[in-house]
Design a protein around this ligand. Structure first.
Ligand code: TYD
Length: 300
């Protein structure tokens, strides 16, 4: 990352209250955008405790430091980044909005819902200036290959089996990461205190169709297909939510946000990025994260 004069990178766990506090004071922090979290549902099924520790207690640490600043008279904005998964599962119809009730089904989404409630409570109880955003599934460069899109690209390139859970009919909305960033920028800078914003591309696919699409892009770029043959339907994820869908009307109407990127183009661009960065991809799996990765995929 190129360092701008007004930019500093500090690698600190949000679970470490003392180090966070020291950092908040050193830089006179007056705002937080909390994207720090344990994010992978399958890992939360294997070990929920880390998710509670990071996603709830870690968020609480940030909120406590924000409260301290706020109560000492420093205007402080707290933007909490959440997920469509806190609302639970939909059938083929229906859509979630910011006012849908939280109804989480996995330890991951329950931990994110818990932190959403804490943020809400800090608004109501202490008057902290908070905003929450909920996003649908992201894709793009540098995504860790435990997530569906980079996992499929990686396995298709390595000619390993591509695990699709259940019958592959589950539905997700997909948003290019830079569109998510532009939405976060707006919510952070212009969102109304105490409000929540749903961020979504409205572009939804069944998992199996997305996976086949990625296989076809790689066949086209590299030849030697069809890689669809690598797809293997594997036992379903326990408690697997059937469908998520968010309605982004309020961020569109109130803040004027619109996704700029075309899905087909950015999916292709994403595949090309992973082809060009196959060392990075393999290092995720064989380098320092090997144990982490194997824990999930050893039984496939
Ligand atoms: P994922 O990227 O884990 O995101 P989330 O569960 O948060 O939506 O998974 C996206 C979808 O793909 C989800 O329905 C689960 C499914 N999936 C598979 O079918 N196979 C896989 O190997 C993975 C990781 C996910």
């Amino acid at each position: 990352i190129e360092e701008a004069p007004n930019y500093r990178f500090e690698k600190i766990s949000i679970c470490d209250f003392e180090l966070l506090k020291e950092c908040f004071n050193r830089y006179n922090v007056n705002a937080v955008i909390n994207l720090a979290a344990e994010t992978h549902v399958d890992r939360s099924i294997i070990g929920p405790a880390t998710f509670v520790e990071t996603n709830i207690n870690g968020a609480l640490n940030l909120l406590e430091l924000a409260r301290e600043k706020h109560q000492s008279g420093i205007p402080f904005r707290f933007h909490h980044v959440s997920t469509d998964e806190v609302f639970g599962s939909l059938d083929d119809n229906g859509i979630f909005t910011e006012s849908s009730p939280h109804c989480p089904n996995s330890p991951y989404s329950a931990s994110k819902a818990g932190s959403d409630h804490l943020v809400r409570a800090y608004r109501k109880t202490y008057g902290l200036d908070t905003v929450i955003s909920y996003s649908c599934n992201n894709f793009g460069p540098f995504q860790f290959p435990e997530k569906l899109v980079p996992l499929v690209i990686r396995n298709a390139l390595a000619r390993e089996l591509i695990p699709v859970y259940g019958d592959g009919s589950n539905i997700r909305q997909w948003l290019y990461v830079e569109d998510h960033c532009s939405a976060l920028d707006l919510v952070f800078n212009q969102g109304k205190a105490g409000k929540s914003y749903a961020i979504s591309s409205r572009t939804e696919f069944k998992n199996i169709d997305l996976v086949k699409n990625i296989c076809r892009i790689i066949d086209e770029l590299k030849g030697g297909g069809p890689r669809e043959k690598l797809i293997k339907l594997v036992p379903d994820r326990p408690g697997h939510d059937y469908r998520y869908a968010l309605d982004p009307s309020s961020i569109e109407n109130e803040l004027g946000w619109k996704p700029r990127f075309d899905f087909k183009e950015t999916l292709r661009k994403t595949v090309i990025w992973y082809l060009d960065n196959s060392d990075w991809l393999e290092n995720c799996i064989n380098g320092e994260y090997r144990n982490y990765y194997e824990q999930i995929y050893s039984n496939r």
